[in-house]
Write a protein that binds this ligand. Structure first.
Ligand SMILES: C[S@@+](CC[C@H](N)C(=O)[O-])C[C@H]1O[C@@H](n2cnc3c(N)ncnc32)[C@H](O)[C@@H]1O
Length: 505
């Protein structure tokens, strides 16, 4: 069919343009929309399409303008929903919630409006309200997997994991072809350490042919949890057939020690997880009671004898004088102690926690471009580098007075490469301060480091001490420190302070 049909009216052209946008042909859609506008003045239908075109082409501000005019003439639920989306993209969460609420008011029977309102109020930190909205959306459209997923997310945020699991089960019964719901249900069972149920859910998915690399990977992970390692290896092999480079599957295999050469989370996995998580990261960590930046601040003040806004020399905590080329040496002159390298700097929470201490300049390294963008916006780093931390230490030959790594060792299993590379880049008398989660059984792995709950590695105190000494460090402290909460329970771990001695031993 010709794009431009001389006999077509404005409504037909708009409908065709909509189809073209759905077929990912925005240029053609825009041309037809212009033709529709020439035939008739803009109407709500054309405004909706124009707004979606702007959004599709990455211009939420333009979309907002189109919608503002259209809503003034015709306050329709679909237009409010589109404007909620545009406002959300522009970071105006309160405005987005207000528009989603208007959409519900204007069409009380539209489950999509209720679901959108639920998802947005969840983001606003009101999980109970979100549960109410999303439950109504699910009641109205029981076979919609996205509504079920939203409801399960809200129930989890409201601390109701069993209700979330029940939502998945009902969702799978209503929409048996939804791979998304099946994998989410398996993931939830794994997280709750209900490995037998996770295996059963994965097998049910395979039985109806609704499975991908993640389904088999999660099945392998659950089988490992049950100690059924040979079957786990088979499941991982199936997963790799479906997704040979799937980073999540590769990481699960590392965790299971099934690839003995692999001793850490793959870089692609870390990048993908944190790029997707960056926007929620700081708020989520606050909710979890993440303590390490503050713990590091206190430890630095103690170990470097720093007072906020002031730097004094003197003795280290072990009684040894910090003099000459030692870290404390420059402090006497009031010069900031640095340079400071922040490994796995993320969004820069550590640099924020250290504001007011005479430390710097700060240089940050991270694998995730999105985390780095948020760190850059804080203007606390002299340089930021997108790199794997070990690659960076092995290729950038600068020497540092202080190297920090907060909540990063949990993405490495074996610590030998990091500790060796860090030692080589520290100035004599320099400090390496990092945090680690403590390996507490039961676990799968080698007894030194393992993948703990929630897909993070944990290490033992003995192992950390052994690797630090083997790399050449003097161990100043390995203090027990709760890292944050996980499902309401404190996550035990350490704050580790290592020193490169003035003279190599
Ligand atoms: C849990 S966040 C901690 C961020 C920050 N240090 C803090 O305390 O807020 C872990 C960060 O380490 C980064 N990361 C993990 N493994 C890494 C690696 N091998 N190389 C570079 N960055 C890594 C992740 O991208 C993420 O930004």
């Amino acid at each position: 069919m010709d794009l431009f049909d001389a006999t077509a009216d404005s409504e037909t052209l708009t409908r065709r343009a909509d189809e073209l946008l759905g077929a990912q042909r925005p240029g053609a859609a825009r041309a037809l929309l212009a033709a529709a506008h020439r035939l008739a003045p803009p109407a709500p239908g054309t405004a909706s399409l124009a707004a979606r075109l702007e959004m599709h082409e990455g211009r939420p501000e333009a979309s907002l303008a189109v919608l503002g005019q259209a809503i003034a003439v015709a306050p329709r639920a679909d237009l409010f929903m589109l404007r909620a989306d545009a406002r959300h993209q522009l970071g105006d969460l309160a405005g987005a919630v207000a528009d989603a609420a208007e959409a519900v008011i204007h069409d009380r029977h539209d489950p999509a409006a209720k679901a959108l309102l639920g998802v947005l109020v969840l983001e606003l930190g009101r999980p109970e309200d979100a549960v109410r909205c999303l439950a109504e959306a699910v009641d109205a459209a029981p076979a919609n997997p996205a509504f079920r997923q939203g409801l399960a997310n809200a129930l989890l945020a409201a601390g109701q994991p069993s209700a979330a699991a029940a939502t998945y089960a009902a969702g799978i019964a209503a929409a048996p072809g939804s791979l998304e719901l099946r994998n989410a249900a398996i993931m939830l069972a794994v997280r709750q350490r209900d490995f037998a149920n996770a295996v059963a859910l994965a097998e049910a998915a395979c039985a109806v042919g609704i499975a991908d690399a993640s389904t088999f990977g999660l099945k392998g992970h659950a089988l490992c949890g049950l100690g059924r390692h040979e079957e786990a290896a088979d499941a991982y092999a199936d997963a790799l057939k479906l997704g040979p480079n799937d980073p999540t599957v590769l990481r699960m295999m590392v965790a299971a020690d099934i690839r003995p050469d692999a001793t850490r989370a793959p870089a692609a996995y870390v990048r993908r997880v944190f790029d997707g998580y960056a926007d929620r990261f700081e708020r989520h960590l606050m909710e979890l009671g993440y303590r390490i930046p503050g713990v590091m601040r206190n430890a630095l003040r103690a170990h470097l004898r720093l007072d906020a806004g002031d730097v004094s020399g003197g003795e280290g905590p072990g009684g040894e004088a910090l003099k000459g080329e030692a870290i404390g040496g420059e402090a006497i002159g009031g010069k900031p102690i640095g340079p400071v390298l922040d490994l796995g700097c993320g969004t820069g929470m550590v640099a924020v926690a250290l504001i007011g201490l005479k430390l710097g300049p700060f240089v940050g390294v991270d694998l995730s471009p999105h985390m780095l963008r948020l760190a850059a916006a804080k203007h606390l780093y002299a340089e930021l580098h997108e790199s794997d931390i070990i690659d960076f230490l092995e290729t950038d030959t600068r020497q540092w007075k202080l190297i920090l790594a907060a909540d990063v060792l949990c993405y490495l299993g074996a610590l030998e490469p990091l500790f060796t590379a860090t030692y080589a880049r520290l100035l004599r008398g320099g400090l390496f301060m990092c945090s680690a989660e403590e390996l507490v059984g039961p676990y799968i792995g080698n007894g030194d480091w393992v993948l703990g709950r929630m897909g993070r590695f944990a290490q033992t105190r003995n192992y950390i001490t052994r690797v630090a000494r083997a790399a050449g460090f003097a161990v100043r402290a390995i203090d027990a420190e709760v890292q944050r909460n996980d499902a309401g329970a404190p996550v035990p771990g350490f704050l580790i302070v290592l020193e490169r001695a003035h003279a190599d031993g």
